[in-house]
Design a protein around this ligand. Sequence first.
Ligand code: ADP
Ligand code: MG
Length: 345
Amino acid sequence: MALLEVEDLVVRFYTEGGVVRAVDGLSYTLDRGERLGVVGESGAGKTAAALAVLGLLDESGRIEGEIRFDGESLTAADDDRLQAIRGGRIGTVFQDPEAALNPVYTVGEQIAEAVRTHTDRDGAAANDRAVALLDRVGIPDPATRADQYPHEFSGGMAQRALVAMALAGDPDLLIADEPTTGLDVTVQAQLLELLDDLATADLAVQLVSHDLGVVAEFCDRVLVLYAGQAVERAPVDDLFYEPKHPYTAGLLRSVPRIGDSRDRLSALSGTTPDLSAPPPGCRFHPRCPYAEDACTKHDPPLAATDDSGVHRAACLAYTGDLSGELTFSVDVVDDDGGADGGDSR
Ligand SMILES: Nc1ncnc2c1ncn2[C@@H]1O[C@H](COP(=O)(O)OP(=O)(O)O)[C@@H](O)[C@H]1O
Ligand SMILES: [Mg+2]
């Protein structure tokens, strides 16, 4: 049994402008100790899907479908139970660490509070544990740092403190939503290194990011979201070296590379559709260079692209309904870190 099982998840937001289907029929699993990357452009539904798992959607959000964590239904769980799991067996790290920390308490107090809530440690034992966690996430002089307030922490240090807090309940799963976004490049690399160090057989990670580089470096498996739906799912190398969905190929071409003078932004033209009125058929068809008539009518399932079924893509090309062949030109980074040019497939 997988650690996390998401089945046919639908997230709707009821807004004045109509009903936004932010997530529309998403299914995936995450095994113990596995690192799953969830990627896609802004507005793809990555955060909505993560918040649904955590039971943290705001009042305008409604979910359908089934979410099970270690066999237990989270969709059926009440608020108390969800609160116990969240911050306990499921840790979270979000973008903007400064906003996630309370300015009026010391960092140590906030971590100790999480320790008290999610373990049986109390009093001095909780405070000691908070210092040990700050040490664990690489904060120098943790005992002194524990007594400081969030404003005394840099962005990178604050994000480390939030990782420490996420570890308070000794989680089996860490959901990190754009954890490195907004940090400078060096600090980003250091934080990824920390996550890499923490994510072991005991800790699975769902890493949500619009940054393909971050996902390529860190994850075992990748799920690509487009307009609330999974369009591709594959082991990380398969996805980056041999993308099977035109959207993924476009995303990969959009990644800027050092020394590259081509206008990468032209690789993927257009924008994500309005999710209160998505296009019929395949949601990507208005932007797809391969789209045919059938693509405007049929919403493709996440179909196997090879015999093993490990690499899946939601494109009519793989259900036999598309007359043309998909031949992408994708620059892949080889082992020396250089691009090997337009590798046509
Ligand atoms: N609280 C909300 N109320 C209404 N619409 C929302 C809300 N949160 C997200 N959305 C909409 O849901 C879609 C998916 O958003 P989100 O999950 O934040 O995307 P991502 O994290 O991939 O950038 C977007 O169209 C967004 O505008
Ligand atoms: Mg987001």
